[in-house]
Design a binder for this molecule. Structure first.
Ligand code: SF4
Length: 311
C-alpha cells in the first residue's frame, strides 16, 4: 500500500505512474487493471456527456447559477474571448459539469460533486487541445484517483471537515498531477504539480450561499481548473514545491481543523453571510417553506377526497 507521496515517488521513479497505481490496486484489492481501466473509460464518457449537456445551460435548483457555461461557450464560438483555447475550454468544461451538478444531473464526483468540474475541465480540454490519445486520459484518471486516495488517507475530503481546500483544493491537486502525466511528466513532476496546486489553495473556506453547491462553487471550479493547469505547467518546467506534498497535506489538515465552524459548509460565514448571501438564504428558506406548505395542502386535499369517496 502506498501511504505517502514519498513512498509514491520511490515506487514510481522511472515508471509509468498510472501503472504504479493499477499494480497497487490489483495487489491490494484484487481488482485487475483492465477492469479499473474499463470503468474509467465509462467515467470519461460520462464526463464528456456531462460537458456536452452542460453547455446548453439552464437554471440551477436555487436559481443562482446554471448558464455560465452557455455564456462562455457563446462568447468562445463567436470569437469574443481573449484567453487561449486550452484555458477557455478548461473553464468552459468545468462550468458545464458544475451547471449539470447544480441541476441534479449525472456527474462524476472527482473527488466530490462540489469539486466535480475541476478534473474533467482540465483533462478533457487538454485532450482536445493537445490531441492526447483518449486512452491516455483514462490512465490520467487513474493518476488523479491515486493522488486523491493518498490525500484521503490523512484528510477527510469534504468542505464540512476542512473547508473548500479539502474539496476543490484536492481536486486541483489531482488534476494537476494528471495533466502533468498526460504531458509526459515524470512521477516526480506529477507529485510537484499536485503540491504546487494544493499549497496555493490552502485556507480556502467553504461558504456556500444558502447552503447550496452553487455560489461560489460553480465558478470556483472553473477558476481552479486553470490554477491546476498552471501548476502542472510549472512542474513540467522543473519548478518544484519547496514544501513536499506530504507536508502540504499535513498543513491542509491543520488549517482545516483551525477553521471556524462557520467556514466549513454551514453557510454561517464568509460569502454566505454577506448582505446578498443572507438575502438569498432568506429567499431560499421562504421558498422551501412555501413548497412544504403546498405539499401539506395537497396531501390534505387528497385525504379529504378519499374520505368523501369512501362515505
Ligand atoms: S465552497 Fe464548499 S460546497 Fe462549495 S465546492 Fe467548496 S467545499 Fe464544496
Amino acid at each position: 500500500m502506498i501511504e505517502s507521496f514519498k513512498q509514491l515517488e520511490e515506487a514510481g521513479t522511472n515508471r509509468d505512474l498510472a501503472e504504479v497505481f493499477l499494480e497497487v490496486d490489483e495487489q491490494e484489492h484484487g481488482i485487475p487493471a483492465e477492469q479499473i481501466l474499463a470503468t474509467l473509460r465509462k467515467r470519461r464518457e460520462v464526463m464528456r456527456d456531462c460537458v456536452s449537456r452542460g453547455k446548453s445551460g439552464g437554471l440551477s435548483m436555487g436559481k443562482l447559477v446554471g448558464n455560465e457555461a452557455k455564456k462562455l461557450n457563446e462568447a468562445f464560438t463567436a470569437g469574443k474571448t481573449f484567453l487561449d483555447p486550452l484555458t477557455i475550454k478548461a473553464e468552459l468544461y468545468a462550468l458545464a459539469v458544475m451547471g449539470e451538478n447544480s441541476r441534479m444531473g449525472v456527474i462524476v464526483a472527482a473527488p466530490t460533486a462540489g469539486a466535480g468540474g475541476v478534473v474533467p475541465g482540465m483533462l478533457l480540454a487538454l485532450e482536445e487541445e493537445r490531441n492526447v490519445d483518449p486512452e491516455k486520459t483514462v490512465r490520467a484518471l487513474v493518476v488523479a484517483g491515486g493522488i486523491g486516495s493518498i490525500v484521503a488517507l490523512s484528510a477527510n475530503i469534504s468542505g464540512a471537515a476542512g473547508g473548500c481546500q479539502n474539496e476543490v483544493g484536492v481536486a486541483t491537486a489531482m488534476g494537476a498531477a494528471a495533466v502533468a502525466y498526460m504531458m509526459g511528466g515524470t512521477t516526480h513532476e506529477c507529485i510537484h504539480a499536485s503540491a504546487l496546486a494544493l499549497k496555493n489553495t490552502l485556507g480556502l473556506v467553504c461558504d456556500p450561499v444558502g447552503g447550496l453547491v452553487e455560489v461560489p462553487c460553480v465558478k470556483r471550479n472553473a477558476l481552479f481548473a486553470v490554477h491546476g493547469l498552471t501548476a502542472a505547467q510549472l512542474a513540467l518546467a522543473g519548478v518544484e514545491s519547496v514544501i513536499p506534498m506530504d507536508e502540504v497535506v499535513e498543513a491542509m489538515v491543520r488549517i482545516g481543523r483551525a477553521l471556524p465552524r462557520g467556514l466549513r459548509e454551514t453557510a454561517e460565514g464568509g460569502l454566505a453571510t454577506t448582505a446578498t448571501g443572507c438575502a438569498i438564504g432568506t429567499r431560499l428558506k421562504d421558498e422551501a417553506n412555501q413548497r412544504r406548505a403546498e405539499r401539506a395542502a395537497e396531501r390534505e386535499r387528497v385525504a379529504q377526497e378519499r374520505k368523501t369517496q369512501a362515505s
